[in-house]
Design a protein. Structure first.
Length: 367
């Protein structure tokens, strides 16, 4: 647990706004979580230097959910009961958000979600009114990836996915979509997010002789392990991935085995769009040069919450929830604008996505 505190000068002015965060600072999702924490700290410092939110300083309490849904639930409880936060940013993983959201809903504390797990914002969940997502859903991400794989001429596809809600739900999306695009699903294989040896999974998929393999994981380390294993066992299919691969940790871990992989990302720091360039400058000036997708997602979550708080910095519970639900046209560092309404808490637009190919150890924007 760590607290980013407001300066002492603020204490003599308006009451601080206390926000919680659930980030994976340890465990398989740490490459995301650490970047998310660092991004929030830099942006909050800048907000406070500029006068806070209508004169109220922002205070952030971080909790390490350790890439573990049990810890995410424990952290949500602690942030609410011990620290009295008015809203929470996170979690770094979809399983973490799904574990924390019911607790937040019972306590009427909004969760601004930073992960793309397809069902997180389903209206079937009783916690739906209290969860707001600022990243494009896996349904849209995986649809784009699968369409591009089919467009490349692939007639068959195999799936490698991580063994959790994110991977399982993502695999189902592709299994349903592939036949509609003229591709047969010829094999599946799964592994825990902390796996480092996936040669048996790569061999199983090699033996299925697919034209393409979809890598459905939020862990750049696991994706890199699969890319290396695929090269080692002679898997000749083209490799395709989603936002979890958009990290320096994937490029470094995959090495030459990552060459030619194609992915649909939320950020490409090697060839950034204008908004991303601005965020990169802010983070670099703050001493934390960007490394992946965690930074733009976290920044969007914070900026959205700040916009809601500008309407009423003292708002809590239902009042804050309604202010979030009424947001539209919010500009962040990502492409497009975020917009919510009472029936749709998926705020990020599809134009926030960018298609890339790995060449020379870097992500190149695909034509």
């Amino acid at each position: 647990m760590s607290v980013l505190a407001a300066g002492s000068a603020w204490a003599q002015q308006k009451e601080p706004i206390k926000i919680g965060s659930l980030w994976s600072l340890t465990g398989p999702a740490a490459p995301f979580g650490i970047a998310q924490r660092d991004t929030i700290e830099i942006l909050v410092n800048n907000i406070n230097k500029d006068g806070g939110v209508n004169g109220h300083p922002v205070q952030v309490v971080n909790y390490d959910e350790a890439s573990n849904p049990i810890e995410a639930a424990r952290g949500a409880t602690q942030l609410i009961q011990q620290h009295g936060v008015v809203a929470i940013l996170g979690a770094s993983t979809g399983s973490g958000s799904l574990a924390a959201a019911p607790i937040l809903a019972r306590n009427k504390v909004p969760l601004v979600s930073t992960n793309s797990t397809a069902t997180v914002t389903s209206k079937q969940h009783s916690f739906f009114p209290w969860l707001f997502r600022v990243v494009v859903s896996d349904t849209d991400i995986l649809k784009s990836m699968t369409e591009q794989a089919a467009g490349s001429g692939a007639k068959s596809i195999a799936l490698f996915y991580q063994e959790d809600a994110y991977g399982q739900e993502g695999a189902k999306v592709i299994e349903q979509l592939a036949p509609e695009l003229g591709m047969k699903v010829v094999g599946t294989a799964a592994a825990p997010t902390n796996a480092t040896d996936v040669a048996s999974q790569a061999t199983k998929l090699r033996n299925a002789s697919p034209d393409a393999v979809a890598i459905v994981t939020s862990s750049p380390v696991l994706a890199a392990a699969f890319a290396r294993a695929s090269s080692q066992v002679g898997l000749k299919a083209s490799l395709w991935g989603g936002v979890g691969l958009g990290q320096k940790a994937f490029l470094d871990g995959a090495g030459p085995a990552g060459s030619g992989l194609r992915a649909v990302l939320l950020a490409n720091w090697d060839e950034p769009a204008p908004g991303l360039s601005r965020l990169g400058k802010v983070l670099t000036e703050g001493g934390k040069p960007p490394i992946g997708v965690g930074e733009p997602i976290a920044s969007s979550a914070l900026l959205v919450l700040v916009e809601a708080l500008k309407k009423d910095p003292t708002a809590k519970g239902e009042a804050l929830r309604k202010n979030l639900e009424g947001l539209c046209g919010v500009k962040t560092y990502s492409e497009g604008e975020i917009c919510f309404n009472a029936d749709d808490h998926d705020g990020a637009p599809p134009e926030a996505l960018v298609s890339v190919i790995v060449e020379g150890g870097k992500f190149k924007n695909a034509k």
